[in-house]
Ligand binder design. Sequence first.
Ligand SMILES: Cc1cc2nc3c(=O)[nH]c(=O)nc-3n(C[C@H](O)[C@H](O)[C@H](O)COP(=O)(O)O)c2cc1C
Length: 333
Amino acid sequence: MTLQQAIAGRRSIRRFLPTDVPEDKVLRVLESARLCQSAKNRQPWRFLVVRGERRRQLAQLMLDWAEAHPDIPSSSGYTARVIRQAPVLILVFCEKDDMWRDADYLSIGGAMEHMCLTAHAEGLGALWIRDTVYAEVALRQAAGYPDMDLAGAMALGYPAENPPMRPRLPLEELLLPAPPEPRREVRPAFWVMGREGSTEDGEGFVRRLWDEAQAGFAEIEPLILHDASGRPAGVWGCMSSMDRRFAPWEEGFTRGLYLAGAECPADAQPPSGWTKWQVPGFEYLVFPGGRPEAFSLALAYLRGNGLSLCGAQQDHTDAATGQNEMYFPVRRL
Ligand SMILES: Cc1cc2nc3c(=O)[nH]c(=O)nc-3n(C[C@H](O)[C@H](O)[C@H](O)COP(=O)(O)O)c2cc1C
């Protein structure tokens, strides 16, 4: 059997023949765990092979736990019944070490996968078990190692079932999209006419400003800049610190001014109820917006590339496509 065949053909086995498993097969399963890699080569795994009546007692502890806790949903009782029919149970222990616990458990996971694959290659069936967690204290005591962590267990035997492959997600769903790469844009000062508000106006104030701007748009329509097809040249959600110096919003981006509007010429006179801002010239890093996590992704990118914000972020919406972009100033012109 090739490694690829073992990986593709292995299944979790939950029904076993009563036939006992020869000792040499069990040792080969354990040997494959011994050869596994581990964090800092700590080899944190320790194994206790349990057969016969002792194994049934451990399964009973898991069943007892499930019966004593009908209000806690768990598969402890279900897995206990699997253990009852498997001729061999291997308990996998780990020395207690809070500092290394994550790495040790990852290492033990690797070793247990080695064991599952080797069992399959040996013609055995295996079930990787973590349901030991519920009755862990009782299991550790009954097994004789009360002071070690019980990382899990493995039921082992000749399979009495041949289940089909359980569903797996397609690879495309597992691949995360590459985070967006920003483009650089140098933008001289520009003017925006719109409805102004501040974080002091309470939750949802940005949404309200946009609603107002849209409702009264006819009032400023003749005053703003248009592109060749007659649409607003730029729809901007502008931001500034409270002192109007276009520093980033303060107090963790929770305090500042906002202007919901459209780009206009320098000499445009805002009608009553409207405000005009001159956004200073900056070099920006421009990120695609629209996703809820876009802001924190952009900040993480800046941090990761040794850049810092030198002004407030501005949001641009393309009037033709509705596409939103976030402008993060990195240099004042
Ligand atoms: C860390 C881990 C813990 C598991 N614990 C249990 C368990 O306690 N009881 C059980 O029936 N199956 C357990 N399984 C088996 C999984 O349910 C099984 O791997 C999954 O459903 C995929 O099926 P397959 O192994 O046949 O491909 C565990 C598997 C892993 C990797």
